[in-house]
Every structure is written in structure tokens, then in C-alpha cells.
Design a protein around this ligand. Structure first.
Ligand code: ADP
Ligand code: MG
Length: 712
């Protein structure tokens, strides 16, 4: 129960049924017809194990005076046979179907009853449960929790949407609907009792956001403004090889305005792939550093972190900034030296993966934390980052009490998150109400949109010929060939591969005697195939299981242009930036999610050359896969793609928070409950003003121990 978050009585009271079973009525066996779901009661006549050629069945008969019904179990324990001794009175439920011996129920729900035992008077709830938590146990637990749970009204009744019952009425009605209730309205959750629960949930969500905002307003951050006339920030801007787009100038100004304030920035920079977020982060870093503070930049994969590192070194080291670099694969003395440079403040900028926030890393004066591709970090990692930032503050407070008063006394760093996946408006209003958003809505000049083509994989030879042509057209052209990451379990079902946080995160222990995982096999085969088909061309291979140094070497050959074709798994998915790459082939494109395909495609079209993305698929295509590929061919607009993605996948997935689905809305649905949401948005500020204690109680009632996830 704890795993399901069912700890307090109120948790159980708010654990609402998925559906109901009608055990209030008995159907005479003689009136049953095929396809009915029904409950019958009668006497067991005989029971035995039947042997067919291939398997054993447990078979029994029940008779009620109007007829006979066969009960059949395909899987059973020997002890079950004893339970079915003839003469016993049983109540059985299930779907009736036509069998060889007449009507039968396969795997009925069966209960031994005393003659004349009363029937339930309300529908029987079926709760979300788990394999280790049987329905019957959960039902009893909910039943007794309902007797104790405090369900009194916390909200002003005049402020509720009209026509909704009290919370207590709603909860009781949903756990035990009266027999005559309109089942359809329970199922599609339009019943007023459901509306009430959804409304309370949405209100809870709005209030949580308001509390988080208020909590943050209490925190102090260092105001970061460049010092001196010829400061780093100005020198970096002058040294850039290009002029900022108008959109970049606007968001840089928004960020710098926040940084100059004495309260922590909490800002998301969203901009489509290739819109130039990195340089915005670099300018924010320069501002931070020239104000005398440190900046940390985190990326979800080593490859991306490494690429940022190179770019930032190029930009900042000539200006005298010491850049440190921390990733999981950097160990021993090298790591120790970096950790020390961070702790002494000597390294003004620290770039890396989530290794940057590990326990032994202490910043001297962290002023700004930048999280790139923040949606690719798991909830756990985002929580760890927040904890780290909090710890930073505590350390600062301690230092201030001692001698070293000049340190970051109790100050919280500013936080800049970056993402290529824009947040749809409804989500921005709910989950991210506590977040300021800057948007890069313009691509750097000179880009031609990527043309996307979709082919069945029998066109593979033509596609390879196309690569040959592309390479022949000039030295400045390069090609990605992307192979999907296939999970062992996918092999059976051939299902779409889920989006992965990062190839690196799934490194398997090498040399454990197993055959290479399929994705590797796939990428290796393709690598061999292309090497043979393109003699005289350097074709590289990149996947998540390669040692970091090898990965870095391959990436560097490709970045410099010596390696012209790169066969890769999804390790290249996020952020990799090689402007000369003008052709991308994605094989088994049907296995990727929409957002992931868009990210991948974003690796081309970064230079001035017209670029092409070829999506190869293997038939047959499922309808949703077809939908995804079509969407991708039709538009290159990341906002439009995010909108369609949300339609296909729903917000839980979108948030990258599947593990903590509890923190998301359980009952309300942003798409269908917009009116309730609007009402909740209106009521939340009023409640906070007029009865803040009730508001806090309302949040606690709904959230309990799950509150932490909201901050991720
Ligand atoms: P993303 O927003 O996807 O992270 P990047 O920051 O990787 O995009 O930028 C994509 C490419 O565009 C990089 O090569 C970068 O140097 C280049 N770039 C960024 N801003 C500009 C600009 N204003 N003019 C020209 N090129 C730019
Ligand atoms: Mg990027």
C-alpha cells in the first residue's frame, strides 16, 4: 500500500475505483445468453480435472434450478479442486460464453456462500491495485479508512462550481454508487461526484504552485551584474562569430534582468532545436562570472556535455575563464583536481553531466545553475539538483556564521532550464505556473528547413546511393545514420521503443557473456554495410556502450569533418551540433516517439546547406506510427509537434515523470476539464487570501507525502 502512496486514511479515501462490478443481482442460469457478464448462485454438482491432448483444465458445474452452467479454469492449483466439492453453495461471476458442453464461464470469480446469504446493495468497487495487493484486501482497507477519514468541507460552498456535491458525498458516492446510478457518467467521469473530485484535485494543484512560488519569494539570491567597463560578458558578445538574432537578444535581456535581482531566477528557456540556446547560456554564464560568481552547466549525456565543454572553452578560455568538466567517466586524480578547482572557486564555470551535483562536489560561490535539455533529466535527478541548491544555501549560511563572511551567505543560486520541447499552454498554466518562460521563436538566419521523406525499408539501396551522391557533392557534407535502441523486451512484441533519457544511462556491463544487445547488433551491421558500400569514405560508429574516451574520439573526428558518415544509436539524440551534417537517415523510424524524431532531425539543417531527413520504416505500420511519421513529414515546427505529441501521449509522459505519476493529476484531464481548471484558477488566489489555513489543509489532504515531487 505504501508503494501506491496509500498511507493515511485520506489517501485510501481518495483512492477511487477504476470501475465497478454489479454483484447486487443474481441471474437465473436458464436466462443467460452468450456475452452476458452476470452473477449466478447455485450448487456445485461435480468437479474434476479434464485432460486434453495439450493441457489440463479444472471443470465444475453449477446448477440453480433453472439450468446448468460450466465453470472452467485453465490455470489452477490442486487445492482448488478441494474447494469445489460438490454440494457447496457458490456465487460466481464472469462473462458467459458458448462452450463445447453448453454455456460456460472461464476463470469465474467464485465465492462459497451460506444458503440465503444477502446480496450487496451497492456496486462493488474495483480499485487500482497491484499484483502484490489483492482487491479484497484493498477493499477492506478502503472500507475501514472511509469510516475514519476526515472529509469535512474546507472550501467555501458558494465558490464551488454549481451543482457539485460536498466532498464527503462525492467520495462516498464514488466508492459505493447506488444501484440505479447512471453508469455511463461514472465511466466517463462526468458524474457530479467525479467533477467534484477533479475540481478539488485541480485546486490542490493550483494551490501547490502558489505555495511553491511564495516559498521561493522568501529566498535570497546574489544579484548578478557584470562589474567593470570591459567585463567578460561584453567581451564574449564581441568575440562571437555571429550576431545574435532578435529573439536571442530578447531572451538574453529577460535572463539578465532576472539575474540582477536579489531573488532566485526560476526560468525556462524554450526554443526549437537549433534556435541557439547554448550561446544564451554562455552569455548568462559570462554575466555570472563577471559578477564574481560560479556557474554550473549540466547536460543529460556525456556527449552533449563534452560538446558544450568544447564550445564554451572555445568561447571563454581565450577570455581567461577556467572551465572545469565533470562527468561520470572522469574518475580518480583528474576528477579530484576538478573537484578541488570547483571548491576553491578557481574554476569559474563547471560543465558536465549530473556528476556535477554529486555529494563531494562543493561550489565556493555558485551563482547560476543551467540545466540543458532539462526534460531529459529524470525526476530523481531534478530533485537531487534542487536538494543540491538547497544544501549550497545551508553551507553558505554556516560559512557566514564562521569567519568567512564574504561567502555566499544563505543565498540560493539562480536557475536557468533549457528545453527544445516547448510546454503546451495548458501545461504551462498548471504544472509550470511557478516558472517564468522565455521563448526563442526564431532560428538563426540562413537555415533552410529540413525536407523530410518517408520510405519503406525496401528502398534502402536507393537511400545508400543517395548518400553516395550527397558525399560526392562536396567535402562539406556529412551524414548521420541513426539506428534505434531496441530493448530486449521489445523483441517479442515489436513494440515502439520508449524514449530514453540517454543512451549513456543504459550502459550494460561489457563482457558478461551475453550476445550484444539488438541495437548494437543493428548499428554494427549497418556500419559494416555502409563501410562496404562507400569505399574510401570514413564511416564511424557511435553507441552508448562505448567507453567515453572512444566516444569522444569518434565525435571529434566527425565534428572535424574527416569522418563523413556516422552510424549512431540515439546517443546523438540531444543537442549534438555538427553544422556540416546535411543528410540524416533514421532506420526503424516507427520505433521512435515523435518528440525524439524531431530531436534527432534537429541534428541536420544546422548549416546553410539544404538538408534532408529520410525516415525508413519497416511494415506493417501501426496507425499511431503512421500518424507520427506523417506529422513529422508535414511540419518542422517544434511547437506544432509538441502539440501533436501531447495528443498522442498525454501529459504524464510529456513530463518525463512516469515514475512519479502520482504527482501529476490522477483524475482531472486537462483536455476535457478546462472549465473546472479555469474555476480552480479563480478560486485559488481567493482561498489563499481569505483562508490560507484551509488552503494548506486542502493541499495536505491531497498530497501528503508526495509533495516533494512537485518541486522537480
Ligand atoms: P540549440 O538551441 O538546439 O541548443 P545550439 O545552441 O546548439 O542550438 O545552436 C545551433 C547552432 O547555431 C550552433 O552551431 C550555434 O553556434 C549556431 N548559432 C547560434 N546562434 C546563432 C546566430 N545568432 N547566428 C548564427 N548561428 C548561430
Ligand atoms: Mg542545445
Amino acid at each position: 500500500m505504501k508503494k501506491l502512496g496509500l498511507v493515511r486514511d485520506i489517501d485510501l479515501a481518495l483512492h477511487l475505483p477504476l470501475r465497478y462490478e454489479d454483484e447486487t443481482r443474481l441471474t437465473p442460469i436458464g436466462t443467460l445468453t452468450e456475452g452476458d457478464t452476470a452473477q449466478v448462485e447455485g450448487e456445485l454438482r461435480d468437479s474434476r480435472v479434464e485432460h486434453s491432448r495439450t493441457r489440463r483444465h479444472l471443470v465444475a458445474r453449477v446448477r440453480d434450478g433453472s439450468g446448468d452452467l460450466v465453470l472452467r479454469w485453465l490455470n489452477f492449483y490442486p487445492s482448488q479442486l478441494k474447494q469445489l466439492s460438490p454440494g457447496r453453495r457458490v456465487r460466481v461471476r464472469g462473462e458467459v460464453r458458448g462452450g463445447f458442453l453448453g454455456l460456460e464461464i472461464v476463470h469465474p470469480v467464485l465465492k462459497v456462500v451460506a444458503p440465503g446469504a444477502a446480496l450487496p446493495t451497492t456496486l462493488t468497487p474495483v480499485y487500482p491495485a497491484s499484483a502484490q495487493l489483492p482487491q479484497a484486501y484493498l477493499r477492506k482497507a478502503v472500507e475501514s479508512a472511509l469510516r475514519r477519514a476526515v472529509l469535512d468541507e474546507l472550501l467555501p460552498t458558494d465558490a464551488l462550481p454549481p451543482g457539485l456535491p460536498s466532498l464527503r458525498q462525492a467520495v462516498l458516492a464514488l466508492h459505493h454508487p447506488a444501484p440505479g446510478v447512471d453508469m455511463a457518467s461514472l465511466e466517463d467521469r462526468t458524474h457530479p461526484a467525479w467533477q467534484r473530485l477533479k475540481f478539488d484535485e485541480l485546486l490542490r494543484q493550483q494551490l501547490s504552485q502558489a505555495f511553491a512560488q511564495a516559498e521561493r519569494a522568501q529566498l535570497a539570491a546574489p544579484p548578478l551584474q557584470p562589474r567593470g567597463a570591459d567585463h567578460l560578458r561584453a567581451r564574449l558578445a564581441a568575440a562571437l562569430p555571429f550576431a545574435l538574432t532578435a529573439a536571442q537578444q530578447r531572451v538574453v535581456a529577460e535572463i539578465e534582468r532576472d539575474l540582477a535581482l536579489a531573488k532566485p531566477m526560476h526560468r525556462l528557456l524554450q526554443g526549437d532545436v537549433g534556435s541557439g540556446k547554448t550561446v544564451v547560456a554562455a552569455l548568462a554564464a559570462a554575466t555570472t562570472i563577471s559578477a564574481g560568481w560560479q556557474c554550473a552547466l549540466m547536460a543529460p549525456t556525456e556527449i552533449l556535455a563534452e560538446q558544450h565543454f568544447r564550445k564554451l572553452i572555445d568561447w571563454l578560455e581565450p577570455l581567461g575563464v577556467r572551465v572545469a568538466w565533470l562527468t561520470g567517466s572522469r574518475k580518480g586524480r583528474a576528477r579530484q583536481a576538478m573537484v578541488e578547482a570547483v571548491g576553491s572557486g578557481e574554476a569559474a564555470l563547471v560543465v558536465g553531466t549530473h556528476a556535477v551535483i554529486q555529494d563531494d562536489v562543493h561550489f565556493a560561490r555558485l551563482g547560476l545553475a543551467v540545466v540543458d535539455e532539462q526534460h531529459r533529466f529524470g525526476v530523481e535527478q531534478r530533485l537531487a539538483l534542487r536538494a543540491k541548491l538547497g544544501a549550497q544555501r545551508a553551507e553558505g549560511a554556516q560559512a557566514a556564521q564562521g569567519l568567512d563572511v564574504g561567502r555566499s551567505a544563505a543565498l540560493e543560486p539562480h536557475l536557468l532550464m533549457m528545453s527544445a520541447t516547448p510546454i503546451p499552454r495548458t501545461l504551462a498554466m498548471t504544472y509550470f505556473a511557478d516558472l517564468d518562460i522565455s521563448t526563442l521563436d526564431e532560428l538563426p538566419p540562413g537555415r533552410t528547413p529540413v525536407v523530410t521523406k518517408v520510405f519503406a525499408d525496401d528502398k534502402r539501396p536507393q537511400v545508400i546511393a543517395r548518400i553516395r551522391d550527397e558525399l560526392a557533392r562536396g567535402a562539406g557534407r556529412q551524414v548521420y545514420w541513426v539506428c534505434p535502441l531496441i530493448e530486449e523486451s521489445d523483441r517479442v512484441e515489436g513494440a515502439a521503443s520508449p524514449a530514453h533519457p540517454a543512451g549513456d544511462a543504459r550502459v550494460m556491463a561489457p563482457g558478461n557473456g551475453r550476445r550484444p544487445p539488438l541495437d548494437l547488433q543493428n548499428a554494427t551491421d549497418t556500419h559494416a554495410e555502409l563501410s562496404a558500400a562507400l569505399p574510401g569514405t570514413m564511416v564511424g560508429l557511435l553507441h552508448g556502450r562505448m567507453p567515453a574516451a572512444e566516444k569522444a574520439a569518434v565525435m571529434s573526428l566527425f565534428t572535424q569533418g574527416q569522418m563523413r558518415v556516422l552510424v549512431a544509436t540515439t546517443v546523438i539524440e540531444v543537442g549534438v551540433d555538427v553544422p556540416a551534417a546535411s543528410l540524416m537517415v533514421i532506420e526503424h523510424a516507427e520505433r521512435f516517439g515523435l518528440a525524439q524524431l524531431h530531436q534527432l532531425r534537429g541534428r541536420v539543417g544546422r548549416g546553410t546547406e539544404a538538408s534532408v531527413c529520410v525516415l525508413l520504416y519497416t511494415s506493417p505500420l501501426s496507425p499511431t506510427a503512421k500518424e507520427r511519421l506523417r506529422a513529422l513529414a508535414e511540419t518542422t515546427d517544434g511547437f506544432e509537434i509538441a502539440r501533436r505529441d501531447l495528443e498522442i501521449r498525454g501529459p504524464g509522459e510529456f513530463m518525463g515523470a512516469r515514475q512519479s505519476g502520482d504527482a501529476l493529476l490522477r483524475f482531472a484531464d486537462l483536455a476535457t476539464d478546462a472549465a473546472l481548471l479555469a474555476h480552480a484558477r479563480e478560486l485559488a488566489p481567493r482561498l489563499l487570501r481569505e483562508s490560507p489555513a484551509a488552503a494548506a489543509q486542502h493541499v495536505a489532504r491531497w498530497l501528503g507525502s508526495r509533495a516533494d515531487y512537485l518541486k522537480a
